[in-house]
Design a protein around this ligand. Structure first.
Ligand SMILES: CSCC[C@H](NC=O)C(=O)O
Ligand SMILES: [Zn+2]
Ligand SMILES: [Zn+2]
Length: 467
C-alpha cells in the first residue's frame, strides 16, 4: 500500500516534469528555423556537457565542486553531473527516481548482466555531505584544489564523493580494456540523497519502492572509512543511533535560595550519571578490551535551561522550573537495547527525581527475522569470500572486519537480510570525514579505482549460489 503510493507519486512527478514545456501554434517556416537552431544547440551542448573532462582525477574534482552540503544540497546538479558521466561510458543505463520531491532525486545506474534472473549487486554512494566551516579550512571546501603533493581538498573528498566517481571510473576502465565485457549478474549503482541526515527521504524510501524490489538485490556495497595504515578497512555492521532527550522538572525559586529538587539540580545529577557510564564504556576502549565501535557511546550534544531576559541574556536570579539535555547515543549490535532502556529509566532519568525522557530510535536494531543487523564475514557468506579474494587479487590487504562507529544507509539493507559491507578504499590516509580540511590524495583515489575494478569484475561475474 505504502510503496504503491510512493510509486504513484513518483510517476506523477515524472509526468509533471515532462509537461514543463508549454505548447503553442507556430508557422511552418519558423518551425524549420527553430528545428535547425535546436539541432545546432543540441550539438553544441553535447560538445560542451556530454564530453567528459580528460581524466578521472579532474572528474572527481568537478564532482566535489558541486555543493551538496546540508542544509541546502544541490541534488539535481549532482545527479545531472553523474548522469552525464555514466552516459559517457558504454553500456551503462541510467534512471532518475523521485521518491519525495523534485529536489531529492535518486540516480540509478545499471550495467546489465547476461543472467538477469540472478540476484543483482548494488553499490551505493550518498549524494550529500555535512556542512563545512570555510574559515577553519586551509583551502575553500568547495575548491577541490590539488596541492603539489596531490592532496585534493574538499568537503566530501572522503565522505563519500570519492566512491561515487571511483565506481564509474572502474567500469569505464573495465570496458575500455574489454569492450565486450558483460557481467553475469546485473550491477547497479545508486546515488541517494540525505544519508547524512538519516536517509529517511532517501534510502529508506527507496527500499520501500517497487523500483527497488524489481532490482532483486543480492549483495550491497556501501561506504566505509579511511585507514591510517597499509590495510583497507571493511565494516560488517553499523552502530544504531538513538537520540535521547532527558528532561528535568523541579521547584522554581529565587536565585539566592537553597532548596532540594530544583530542575537544574535534578538534571545535573543525571548528567553526572550519564558521564560516569560514558567513562566506563570509554575505559574499556582505553584498556584495549573493545574497539570504539563495540561500546555504547553516550555523548551530550546540548543543554537547555534558564529564563531568557529581553536583552537575550539569562535572568540570573531565578532558578528555572525546567531543564533538559540531549544525547547522541550509539548502540553496537551486540548490546541488548532493553537493558539500556531500563538503565535510562532507572538511572538516567528516574521519575522519582521528576525526570522524564524521550528516545528516538533512528533506525532498526534487528532484521525482519529478529536477528542483529550484522553481515557474516566468514565462509558462510559467499559474497564475503568473493569480496575478500577480489581485494587480495589486486594486491590489497584487508584488516579485521569492524563495526562502524557511525551509521550508514546499509542498515536499510541489513534489515531486509541483504548482506552488506562498508568499504571505501583509502589507505595510508588520515580519517577526516566530517572534519576540517578533508582531503584525499590523487594516488589513493586512483588506486581505489583499481580495487573497484577487481571487486566489480569478481562480484558481478560470481555465478555461485547465494543464500
Ligand atoms: C540518524 S542517522 C544519521 C546518519 C549519520 N551518518 C553519517 O554520519 C550518522 O550520524 O551516523
Ligand atoms: Zn558518508
Ligand atoms: Zn558522513
Amino acid at each position: 500500500m505504502f510503496s504503491h503510493s510512493i510509486r504513484r507519486h513518483t510517476q506523477e512527478l515524472i509526468i509533471f516534469s515532462n509537461l514543463q514545456v508549454k505548447s503553442r501554434v507556430i508557422q511552418a517556416p519558423t518551425m524549420v528555423y527553430i528545428h535547425t537552431l535546436t539541432l545546432l544547440l543540441l550539438l553544441l551542448s553535447s560538445a560542451t556537457t556530454q564530453q567528459p573532462p580528460p581524466d578521472a582525477v579532474t572528474r572527481f574534482q568537478q564532482y566535489l565542486r558541486i555543493n551538496t552540503a546540508h542544509p541546502h544540497p544541490d541534488y539535481p546538479a549532482a545527479v545531472s553531473f553523474l548522469n552525464d558521466l555514466a552516459k559517457s561510458i558504454p553500456n551503462l543505463q541510467t534512471r532518475t527516481l523521485y521518491l519525495t520531491t523534485p529536489q531529492k532525486p535518486l540516480l540509478l545506474v545499471t550495467l546489465p548482466g547476461s543472467n538477469p534472473s540472478l540476484p543483482s549487486v548494488l553499490f551505493n554512494s550518498h549524494l550529500d555531505s555535512v556542512p563545512a566551516e570555510p574559515s577553519k579550512w586551509s583551502h575553500p571546501p568547495l575548491s577541490a584544489v590539488k596541492t603539489d603533493d596531490g592532496s585534493i581538498f574538499a568537503r566530501g573528498a572522503q565522505d563519500d564523493k570519492c566512491i561515487a566517481i571511483q565506481y564509474l571510473e572502474a567500469i569505464r576502465n573495465i570496458i575500455a580494456k574489454d569492450p565486450g565485457f558483460k557481467p553475469t549478474r546485473t550491477l547497479h549503482i545508486c546515488y541517494v540523497p540525505d544519508e547524512e541526515i538519516g536517509g529517511f527521504d532517501g534510502m529508506a524510501k527507496f527500499v520501500e519502492s517497487n523500483d527497488f524490489k524489481e532490482l532483486n538485490v543480492g549483495f550491497f556495497l556501501d561506504e566505509g572509512q579511511a585507514s591510517t595504515n597499509d590495510e583497507y578497512r571493511v565494516f560488517y555492521a553499523d552502530r544504531s543511533p538513538w537520540h535521547i532527550v532527558i528532561k528535568a522538572a523541579g521547584q522554581p525559586g529565587h536565585g539566592s535560595r537553597m532548596f532540594d529538587n530544583s530542575a537544574m539540580e535534578n538534571l545535573m545529577k543525571s548528567v553526572e550519571i550519564v558521564s560516569r557510564f560514558r567513562e566506563n564504556q570509554f575505559d574499556l576502549v582505553k584498556a584495549g578490551m573493545l574497539a570504539n565501535s563495540e561500546v555504547v557511546s553516550a555523548n551530550p550534544v546540548y543543554l537547555k535551561a534558564g529564563i531568557a531576559s529581553s536583552d537575550g541574556k539569562f535572568v540570573m536570579n531565578m532558578q528555572p522550573s525546567e531543564a533538559e539535555a540531549g544525547y547522541d547515543v550509539r548502540l553496537p549490535p551486540t548490546v541488548d537495547p532493553d537493558l539500556l532502556k531500563k538503565r535510562i529509566a532507572d538511572e538516567w532519568a528516574p521519575a522519582t527525581r521528576n525526570m522524564s525522557y524521550h528516545i528516538v530510535e533512528k533506525g532498526p536494531l534487528r532484521d525482519y527475522m529478529g536477528r542483529p543487523l550484522v553481515t557474516a564475514t566468514n565462509d558462510s557468506n559467499p559474497w564475503w569470500m568473493v569480496f575478500k579474494h577480489a581485494v587480495e587479487a589486486c594486491g590489497g590487504k584487508l584488516s579485521k572486519p569492524e563495526i562502524l562507529s557511525s551509521t550508514t544507509d546499509a542498515r536499510y539493507m541489513r534489515v531486509r537480510g541483504i548482506p552488506s559491507l562498508g568499504f571505501s578504499p583509502m589507505k595510508n590516509t588520515p580519517i577526516l570525514l566530517h572534519d576540517h580540511n578533508e582531503f584525499l590524495k590523487d594516488t589513493v583515489f586512483l588506486e581505489g579505482i583499481k580495487v573497484y575494478e577487481s571487486i566489480i569484475k569478481a562480484m558481478s561475474s560470481f555465478e555461485g549460489t547465494t543464500p
